[in-house]
Design a protein around this ligand. Structure first.
Ligand SMILES: [Zn+2]
Length: 133
């Protein structure tokens, strides 16, 4: 194995790094700018067309309030983010890092069970939030 081989990264790792960088930039923007004060921020297409809230509606405001330490307000906008954000960070980090500990966590975060659990809970949350509102 040469030094060049050590510097090569898998395409999924490169994509994960790009997504992580964009996520950090996005989180910084959401921290600095209140979503209600930014009319240029994209609105939810599902909510605009149907009046129903999709599973991610309110996420930007939830993240904004979470980053400012207003946890109850954040939860009122979208409590599903408490599950979703750690899950995605786990998937990204276990894609980027490849050490023994990361591989152990990767078996958890990127298991078929966790992917399906996330997809099903996402859909169920989308239904439940419209029934209780
Ligand atoms: Zn939405």
């Amino acid at each position: 194995m040469t030094t060049t081989d050590n510097n090569k990264q898998s395409p999924s790792k490169q994509v994960a790094i790009v997504i992580l960088i964009l996520l950090i930039i996005g989180i910084a923007a959401v921290y600095l700018i209140h979503p209600n004060d930014a009319p240029w921020m994209p609105k939810c297409l599902i909510h605009s067309l149907t009046g129903y809230e999709c599973p991610t509606c309110g996420s930007t405001r939830a993240v904004h309030y979470f980053l400012h330490g207003e946890f109850s307000t954040a939860l009122s906008y979208n409590p599903y983010m408490l599950f979703s954000i750690p899950f995605f960070i786990g998937v990204l980090l276990t894609t980027i890092y490849t050490g023994p500990t990361a591989r152990k966590f990767k078996r958890f975060f990127q298991s078929t069970f966790m992917i399906w659990a996330y997809i099903i809970s996402y859909i169920v949350w989308g239904i439940i939030r419209n029934l209780i509102n």
